[in-house]
Design a protein. Structure first.
Length: 201
């Protein structure tokens, strides 16, 4: 009789622990998958939660800089998509834009680039987004909660320019000439809207 109660108690404990253990294994696989795609990132927290009764799991990601992203993983821990790429490639986007327009030609003018705000809701196919070039490729985009555009969208604020509108047009012309594959939301010093540049496919 005592053995029976011990067996039932042990079974109950296992039923409670097994899902937790499986989820821990899943989290570690997700973390490994993320590190394979974003090798220079330091993830301080990764969690997985069953997503609305589907077979997928919602993933929440925090890195050492405090950036927070999300994504979806399969039950085996393989990542389906994520929004972390906007943080990982932010510096590359800024460098790509600055080089594309030859920013040094605009000495004395403040040109501030925000490569994150418009892209932190872009869900990229994790398995495809393994390089900066892949991040720029619209084909890696799975879903974008922020904009309908397939291309990476940045904000460019113009400060210290007497004719900011004309400068936006000059920058847009440079982007077209150099084939810079970004969309740009131009703003003035106080955040006022100056225009939009959308790249051609």
């Amino acid at each position: 009789m005592i053995f029976r109660y011990v067996f039932i108690l042990a079974a109950c404990v296992l039923v409670g622990f097994i899902p937790a253990i499986m989820n821990r294994v899943r989290v570690e696989k997700v973390r490994a998958n993320l590190h394979a795609v974003y090798p220079n990132a330091e993830f301080t927290e990764v969690t997985c939660t069953k997503y609305n009764g589907s077979s997928q799991y919602m993933v929440h990601i925090t890195d050492a800089a405090g950036n927070q992203a999300s994504g979806f993983a399969n039950s085996d821990g393989s990542m389906a998509n994520d929004t972390y790429a906007c943080y990982y490639y932010a510096d590359d986007v800024v460098e790509y834009f600055n080089n594309g327009i030859c920013v040094e030609d605009f000495a004395g003018v403040g040109i501030a680039v925000d490569a994150i705000s418009y892209n932190n809701l872009r869900y990229e196919d994790t398995s495809l987004c393994t390089s900066f070039e892949a991040y720029l490729d619209p084909n890696t985009l799975v879903h974008n909660d922020g904009f309908s555009s397939q291309h990476v969208y940045i904000s460019v604020r113009i400060v210290g320019c007497d004719d900011a509108q004309s400068l936006c047009e000059t920058i847009s012309d440079r982007m077209t000439e150099q084939g810079v594959m970004l969309n740009v939301h131009f703003e003035g010093a106080n955040g006022e809207y100056l225009g939009t540049y959308e790249t051609d496919d």
